[in-house]
Design a protein around this ligand. Structure first.
Ligand code: HH2
Length: 274
């Protein structure tokens, strides 16, 4: 089934970080029982899919081994069996185990550049795949981001990575693309990407955006040292991205995001119900 049918727009992807160091919720769901309860709650609040991640990708984060990542995510995936789940990983070994445990989508922030074996694992399982743009590695990506034109550069990158995925046997109808807000971009570059998000629609694939609580939102509200954005700023950003064609929204605050996007979608339709 094409991704657009599996998760109709606007689809909310709830974040479930099983990490000690994620920038907005690190350490909160390290115990499997807490993480499972939180994940179930996200679905109850209207998440179309829960994105389980065992490695932080925030600026400055240190990489973790596949063993450590698996140790964090396996019990959580077991506890969420039967619910729609994605695995936020760039490692083939972690993705394989997650797909065996029922995950449907692999969310790879390296867009298949982190592990040569990942594309084959996705293809073999007929899984869905999210390819995200980033410039540089998490440890250093905010040091000096530079682009000719951030939107053109991101577009060219995603086009190339989509071709790589398809050449590796991943069905194009199962791929979604993400400009990677906050990944090797200045606040102004992030805003430019959202402003011109519709230009990425030429790629013909659903667009995922992760703006939730990101520091650019705090900068907009006047704090030059902000490391996080607020809930209300996140909702404003999600609606702005929706109006420019975004399909899936990776968020921490599911209920509020579902409600905000339901209204944005109703306005787009000009009708209460679909
Ligand atoms: N952002 C983060 C992590 N994964 N995946 C996609 N597709 N798009 C994103 O924008 C994105 C992502 C970073 O946010 P968070 O999960 O809150 O922090 P951390 O990476 O530290 O876990």
């Amino acid at each position: 089934m094409p991704l657009e049918e599996r998760w109709p727009r606007p689809a909310v992807m709830g974040v479930l970080n099983v990490t000690p160091d994620s920038f907005s919720d690190g350490g909160r769901f390290l115990s499997p029982a807490d993480a499972i309860e939180h994940g179930r709650g996200l679905v109850a609040e209207g998440a179309a899919i829960v994105d389980v991640g065992g490695e932080s990708t925030r600026p400055g984060a240190e990489p973790v081994s596949a063993e450590e990542e698996l140790e964090r995510v396996e019990p959580v995936l077991e506890g969420l069996r039967g619910l729609p789940v994605s695995i936020d990983t760039s490692k083939a070994e972690v993705a394989r185990r997650a797909l065996e445990l029922g995950a449907e989508l692999v969310n790879d922030v390296t867009a298949l550049r982190g592990d040569d074996s990942l594309a084959a694992v996705v293809a073999e399982h007929g899984a869905y795949l999210c390819l995200m743009h980033t410039q540089g590695e998490p440890r250093t990506m905010q040091a000096d981001p530079s682009y000719d034109d951030v939107v053109f550069d991101v577009l060219a990158f995603l086009e190339e990575r989509l071709a790589v995925a398809v050449d590796s046997g991943v069905a194009e109808e199962r791929v979604c693309l993400d400009p990677g807000i906050g990944f090797g971009k200045t606040p102004d570059q992030n805003l430019e990407l959202v402003r011109r998000l519709d230009e990425l629609l030429v790629l013909g694939r659903p667009l995922v955006v992760g703006l939730s609580r990101k520091s650019t939102l705090g900068r907009v509200l006047g704090d030059p040292a902000a490391t996080q954005g607020t809930l209300s700023a996140s909702l404003g950003a999600a609606v702005a991205a929706f109006e420019r064609g975004a399909w899936m929204f990776r968020v921490h605050d599911v209920r509020e995001s579902v409600e905000a996007l339901a209204v944005a979608a109703a306005v787009e339709r000009g009708r209460v119900s679909a």
